[in-house]
Design a protein around this ligand. Structure first.
Ligand code: 4AD
Ligand code: MG
Length: 434
């Protein structure tokens, strides 16, 4: 009899597979043996199957070898699919042969270990069911973002990560020694995207951004995935409309394509499909008033920190735009509001349920004088921004853009307590390994 080809475990559960000879291979999640019968739960990317093997069928030597396979060891199993109401999923694979590919050493991960230990062993911990679900949802989120942008005729471009000037003005930039000259790891691709709108008008980039933020908070990483969009001929209202359509569209895509992963992580898919544009908008001034009424010690000019952002959407199932911030709180490149020079044309999108900022959006300052003045005010070196100022000298048009923190939006979608659970190898002030 010829060997059946290796197929995914998921197929062993297929309705028509009972009685069929199959071959699967994967990682052992669980193993026990009693009375000459071995039970293995074997996992591959498509699912987990219960395998049963009898000593008298497999042969003593093969049975003994299979019995010694550790959790996360690897086997290849050939056998027949059978109905078995006691097996998870109601089906099992009755083995005719079990080949050990890697018996493995005892797996060092258990439930009760400390968070620090689990972070040290992150390279192994990411095999957990929760992490598997998380990174499948993340892949869907990235796919849906790209799909939306492609449908909107926004061109994907590839800005640099190594830069000679910090995009967000210098504070919190990782500095590097670039062959004896100062260099920075990109905090944002924005300035390069602004350069690329002259020929392309609508561009985006999905790149890692780096923030040397020492603050240990549940929503800050030092390296994160940053989706940034820059659109020519766009004002703040149009920009917010674009952002809310995009966020609703990817929320729906994730809910439709990864419902079981969402449920596993404690999120009902219906809680994502309720998102429909337009999202409510609240001016910064009104937000401050609301917070003051709730007892926060804030006044016009106060920054909205974690606690303040949390309070603004804690009771809300939909995101909220906060608009028109005081100029001093925001980046140098933001456009002065035409009707109020104290504020800028900016909007932060706060996630529902108190999860805080997930998108930062603004119109860009096109007035070169204002721009140079702001660079000096923040204490940055105008020479480093000469190339950026050139953009205001050659084909200067109204434009706007935004940055979306992929892990920030995912943290909300998956209700994760800490943002590090949304990235396989989190980078935080205390950790850049494994
Ligand atoms: O608000 P930010 O700093 O804006 C910019 O960098 C703009 N230049 C973007 C643009 O307009 N092209 O960052 C944008 C988003 C935030 O809203 C947040 O979601 C995320 O990036 N973000 C972080 N995510 C994880 N860890 C951090 N330390 C983050 N800092 C910002
Ligand atoms: Mg921001």
């Amino acid at each position: 009899m010829s060997e059946p080809p290796v197929g995914p475990v998921g197929r062993a559960f297929a309705v028509d597979a009972v009685g069929r000879a199959v071959r699967v291979r994967g990682w052992v999640q669980r193993s026990r043996s009693s009375g000459g019968i071995l039970f293995l739960h074997v996992r591959d990317r498509t699912g987990t199957v219960q395998v049963t093997g009898k000593r008298d069928v497999l042969g003593a030597a093969a049975f003994d070898a299979a019995e010694h396979v550790q959790v996360e060891g690897v086997v290849e199993v050939e056998g027949t699919v059978a109905d078995d109401p006691r097996a998870p999923g109601g089906r099992e694979l009755r083995a005719r042969a079990v080949k050990v590919i890697d018996a493995g050493l005892p797996f060092p991960i258990f439930q009760e270990q400390t968070e620090e230990f689990r972070l040290d062993k992150r390279h192994l911990v990411i095999r957990s069911d929760d992490h598997v679900a998380t990174f499948r949802v993340k892949a869907e989120l990235l796919r849906a973002l790209r799909q939306f942008l492609d449908d909107e005729e926004v061109l994907e471009v590839t800005p640099p990560i190594l830069t000679g000037n910090p995009a967000e003005g210098g504070a919190e930039a990782f500095t590097i020694d670039y062959f004896g000259r100062p260099g920075y790891l990109s905090q944002s691709a924005q300035l390069y995207l602004e350069a690329m709108i002259a020929p392309h008008e609508r561009v985006y980039a999905l790149t890692p951004s780096f923030r040397a933020e020492k603050s240990r908070t549940p929503r800050h990483l030092t390296e994160y995935q940053h989706l940034e969009v820059e659109l020519a001929w766009t004002d703040l209202d149009e920009l917010m409309t674009f952002v809310e359509r995009m966020v609703a569209s990817v929320a729906h895509a994730v809910a439709e394509r990864r419902p079981s992963e969402l449920r596993q992580l404690g999120r009902k898919p219906e809680e994502l499909t309720v998102l429909a544009p337009p999202f409510p908008r609240l001016s910064y001034a009104a937000a401050i008033e609301r917070l003051a009424q709730q007892g926060f010690p804030v006044a016009w000019g106060s920054d909205l920190g974690t606690a303040e952002e949390r309070a603004l959407t804690l009771e809300s199932a939909v995101p909220l735009f906060v608009t028109r911030f005081p100029r001093e709180l925001k980046a140098f490149y933001m456009r002065r509001s035409p009707d109020d020079p104290r504020t800028v044309e900016a909007a932060d999108l706060l996630a529902p349920e108190g999860y805080g900022e997930m998108v930062g959006a603004s119109c860009r300052e096109t007035n070169l004088e204002f721009l140079e003045e702001r660079v000096r005010q923040i204490g940055a070196n105008p020479e480093e921004y000469e190339w950026y100022f050139d953009l205001r000298r050659h084909g200067n048009v109204p434009h706007a853009g935004f940055g979306l923190g992929v892990e920030r939006i995912l943290r909300w979608m998956l209700r994760r307590e800490h943002i590090r659970e949304t990235t396989p190898f989190p980078r935080t002030p205390s950790r850049h390994t494994p």
